[in-house]
Design a protein around this ligand. Structure first.
Ligand code: MEV
Length: 310
């Protein structure tokens, strides 16, 4: 890096429209990038270092430092001091760790004089994501790095990453994301589900398979511009997530709240559990955001795909 220069990078947050959890077991998931994410800034320094955000607790700081060091080593520890600016609420199921990994990966690649292509950024971010989540499916960081609506599928093998196929949308795909309750860590929710499915594998596999089918049908509905069909798949998916024990009173209440405000479909997004994020598909998200904000709900809107108003 030339002295005096500074670099900026971005990693997008994500929402899973269909297929969280079943994606861990090899079924497809439909996920899109949020316009909100994590920004990174890099300035020349004597050694490669990360300035840890003061908002993180001790455990989060240790985890982030370890993940950053792992990625930095893979690109020869370029002499850059990286600071982060998260625009997303952290640890609520909106892919903040993936966004942070992608922003850091792009920064490390740029500082090492390598092109920060989405493929390379995803490869490096994957090393960080494994530190954060153990054995993630890879849907979060792939969606963040590609910044496209993807039908994503994990490759067979516990620690292997998967592939995403871009899903084109002829219509603007707009969502409202609303937060409800206190969220349990993804690692914990995924591990608890793993125990239940190990005990009753056939029952759980049936549900995972159906969730995968909904994701594929949802992708087709997007391509056909049929938002009503996509919304219906989301509602059915919510029922199955609830059947898997991944929903809770705060999440269910928020799902019904979004539906009563006109969502074509609404469901929890991310790991679920005691609380977290709920996503609703809307043709007019702004009026829902105004009403929810008035009611004291933390929420925002985002367009995941399709033509944008100029
Ligand atoms: C978390 O955003 C999504 C999960 O399916 C976990 C994963 O895919 O690794 C719950």
């Amino acid at each position: 890096m030339a002295p005096g220069n500074s670099l900026s990078t971005f990693g997008a947050g994500k929402v899973i429209l269909l297929g969280e959890h079943s994606v861990v077991y090899g079924h497809p998931a439909l996920a899109g990038p949020l316009s909100q994410g994590v920004k990174a800034r890099g300035v020349p320094a004597k050694k490669c270092q990360l300035v840890l955000p003061s908002t993180l607790n001790r455990a989060q700081r240790t985890l982030l430092q370890g993940a950053f060091s792992r990625a930095a080593k893979l690109v020869g520890e370029p002499p850059v001091k990286v600071s982060l600016d998260p625009e997303l609420p952290l640890a609520v199921g909106l892919g903040s760790s993936a966004a942070l990994s992608v922003a850091c990966a792009r920064m490390l690649l740029l500082a090492a004089g390598k092109p920060p292509s989405s493929k390379e950024a995803a490869r490096l971010a994957w090393a960080m994501e494994q530190e954060f989540h153990g054995t993630p499916s890879g849907v979060d960081h792939t969606t963040s790095a590609e910044e496209q609506l993807l039908l994503y599928r994990k490759q067979p093998g516990a620690s292997s990453v998967g592939k995403g196929k871009t899903v084109e949308s002829p219509r603007a795909l707009k969502v409202v994301v609303a937060l409800a309750g206190e969220r349990s860590p993804t690692k914990k929710t995924v591990a608890a589900l793993r125990q239940r499915q190990a005990r009753w594998p056939e029952r759980y596999q049936r549900i995972f398979k159906e969730m995968g089918k909904l994701a594929s049908e949802g992708a087709k509905a997007v391509e056909a511009g049929d938002l009503e069909a996509l919304g219906d798949a989301m509602n059915v998916n919510q029922g199955l997530l609830s059947a898997l024990g991944l929903s809770s009173t705060p999440l269910e209440e928020m799902v019904y709240r979004l539906r009563s405000l006109g969502a074509l479909g609404a469901k929890l997004t991310g790991a679920g559990g005691d609380g977290g994020a709920v996503v609703g598909l809307f043709t007019d998200p702004e009026s829902a955001v105004v009403q929810l904000t008035r009611q004291g709900v933390r929420c925002f809107s985002s367009q995941l795909a399709g033509p944008r108003a100029s």
